[in-house]
Design a protein around this ligand. Structure first.
Ligand SMILES: C[S@@+](CC[C@H](N)C(=O)[O-])C[C@H]1O[C@@H](n2cnc3c(N)ncnc32)[C@H](O)[C@@H]1O
Length: 390
């Protein structure tokens, strides 16, 4: 490939590396009002509100977009960098699959819902994509700890029903050897997105393979910090950025729970785009950047994030802050009406002249148990990642 030199803005140089692997007691605290609420109709649409719960009348950083989407997107005066040279090689479609981890299983899915195990908790949530029938017997679906009802009259735990006994908001979990809290949020999320395990396994093998200085990882839109903790546990120096104070608080709690207080993690409550632009000005570099932007979000001072308006610039600045010896740039996108091609071609254009390859596709979770060919795959999101080797 042409043009693998590093330019002034910190773009990547050559690097060798193997191809990524591509396969990838609840607290009980009394009175949950919704204990006997009936099950809600599965919500339509996917995860544009993946995030921390609202804590004040001020819109949460990732609040639902409807009321805000007419506002003008925030404009940044930094133009896109023109790049010459060839496009990176490509590998498509790549389906990155998260299969069972000790801490997580997709037990069954169907009829617009999914049945999952998060540590000790069996949870039922809406899943609009599960159009097929269920495999497991109804008794299995009734034997659960929490069901997301989505009751819009309620908030927080009120949107969950607890068929067995009222539960608290959090419970202990572990993924890839890192302890953290599962968390029942009013947006039906549970504090972690297990489909990302496929990215995290790749990340850990790359971090562990580093010789010399520890890998520097930037986790944008980092939410409850699970990816940051897994990276730090593997030996990376981590910078975690999220606009929600509450989410940063949860991430710090998770750090303590994981016993990783002494690991080098910077927790930064900031607008992701502003932070990146500052890092570019400072000339800072990162070996691996994870970015998992919502479709719509807000920075701590109300800065607007609109994926379709801001993603090209975000990726451009991500490229500029990649180190000379990068591991890669990993983008995940949920809840957008787009084909993986849209982020794939954007990523290739962003990385034009940088060599390496771009691979894009979907993150899926495979049902566990039963005959392998019987286990259905649930699509969760699109991804695109640039890797420095072809
Ligand atoms: C999609 S979740 C990220 C999930 C995370 N990557 C994971 O796998 O657990 C979205 C996160 O983006 C944050 N967010 C929304 N708008 C933001 C902004 N403008 N700047 C920084 N973070 C933002 C939210 O607070 C929320 O924690």
């Amino acid at each position: 490939m042409a043009g693998r030199k590093r330019d002034k803005a910190g773009r990547p140089g050559d690097r060798k590396g193997g191809p990524a692997k591509t396969r990838g007691r609840p607290e009980r605290d009394g009175t949950a009002k919704a204990a006997n609420k009936s099950r809600a109709k599965p919500a339509q649409g996917a995860r544009d509100t993946r995030a921390a719960q609202k804590s004040s009348p001020k819109p949460a950083p990732n609040a639902r977009p409807q009321q805000d989407s007419k506002q003008a997107p925030q404009l940044f005066d930094r133009p896109l960098t023109p790049h010459s040279g060839s496009l990176p090689a490509e590998r498509i479609p790549v389906i990155l699959e998260s299969v069972d981890d000790q801490g997580y299983q997709l037990l069954d899915s169907g009829k617009g819902e999914k049945l999952e195990r998060y540590g000790p908790m069996r949870i039922v949530r809406p899943e609009a994509q599960a159009l097929w029938p269920r495999r497991m017997k109804p008794g299995e679906w009734d034997n659960v700890d929490a069901i997301f009802t989505g009751d819009t009259e309620e908030d927080g735990l009120g949107r969950w029903a607890f068929p067995k006994a009222p539960l608290g908001e959090t419970w202990p979990m572990q993924l890839m050897g890192v302890d953290f809290h599962g968390r029942l949020t009013s947006f039906r999320h549970v504090g972690v997105f297990p489909e990302q395990l496929a990215h995290w396994r790749f990340m850990v093998s790359e971090i562990e393979a580093r010789k010399g200085a520890p890998a520097k990882v930037l986790n944008l839109f980092g939410y409850t910090g699970v990816a940051s903790l897994i990276a730090a546990n593997a030996g990376a120096e981590v910078t975690h950025v999220d606009a929600s104070k509450k989410a940063i608080g949860w991430a710090r709690e998770n750090q303590a729970l994981a016993g990783l207080e002494n690991k080098p993690i910077r927790w930064i409550c900031d607008d992701a785009m502003k932070f990146l632009l500052r890092e570019e000005k400072r000339g800072n570099g990162y070996d691996l950047i994870l970015t998992d932007p919502p479709k719509f979000g807000r920075g701590p001072s109300g800065e607007v994030w609109q994926l379709f308006d801001h993603l090209p610039l975000m990726l451009d600045v991500c490229r500029a802050v990649l180190s000379k010896n990068p591991i890669g740039l990993v983008l995940t996108a949920y809840s957008i009406r787009a084909s993986f091609y849209s982020i794939h071609e954007l990523m290739r254009e962003t990385m034009r002249g940088a060599g390496g390859r771009v691979e894009s596709g979907e993150l899926i979770i495979r049902e566990s148990g039963g005959e392998p060919f019987e286990a259905r795959a649930l699509s969760t999101s699109l991804f695109s990642r640039w890797l420095p080797h072809e």
